[in-house]
Design a protein around this ligand. Structure first.
Ligand SMILES: Cc1cc2nc3c(=O)[nH]c(=O)nc-3n(C[C@H](O)[C@H](O)[C@H](O)COP(=O)(O)OP(=O)(O)OC[C@H]3O[C@@H](n4cnc5c(N)ncnc54)[C@H](O)[C@@H]3O)c2cc1C
Length: 132
């Protein structure tokens, strides 16, 4: 029952997380299609938990569609507290310093997905390049 969620199921992502989510890149295995959940529901199990939310982080736009075990979570892009995050129109859309990074990074992936063309740039200046 607990063998993974439905994060690799494009249709279920769009169905439960919302429009545009079928285009999101997936950090984990492409085997997690929700089979366990589907089986449980078919047997009369009650859906429970936060179906319309997820752990959504900024992810390298050049990454593969699903997770790569050789790379792991190094596709994550969340150094925004050191600089600015801007969308395709050159506009800021989040508060980079709203809280400690560990309290915001899993929310800001969703904010990036809501932007035009579903991407953002991280911008840094010379003062912080040694920290990246
Ligand atoms: C890149 C990345 C970084 C992460 N970093 C952290 C972190 O730092 N700290 C943290 O706490 N969490 C982290 N997580 C989250 C954490 O890894 C997951 O929440 C956790 O692994 C989920 O466990 P699970 O057993 O539900 O699913 P999984 O670990 O995904 O395991 C599900 C398994 O079931 C298999 N499976 C699926 N369907 C079937 C089927 N029909 N038949 C047979 N097998 C099937 C899949 O192949 C897979 O092996 C990270 C996740 C990712 C993707």
């Amino acid at each position: 029952m607990t063998c993974g969620g439905f994060e690799a199921n494009n249709e279920w992502r769009a169905r439960y997380l919302g429009p545009g989510w079928e285009l999101a890149k997936v950090g984990g295995t492409h085997f997690n299609l929700g089979d366990g959940i589907r089986t449980a529901l078919a047997l009369g199990g009650a859906p429970y938990g936060n179906w319309s939310g997820c752990h959504a982080v900024g992810w390298n736009g050049n990454a593969s569609d699903y997770g790569d075990l050789n790379v792991g979570d190094r596709f994550q892009k969340h150094s925004y507290p050191l600089g600015l995050l801007i969308n395709a129109h050159g506009e800021r859309f989040i508060d980079e310093e709203f809280y400690f990074r560990n309290f915001t990074y899993a929310c800001y992936g969703r904010e990036i997905l809501n932007q035009p063309e579903q991407f953002a740039w991280q911008i840094f200046d010379n003062k912080v390049t040694h920290l990246l």
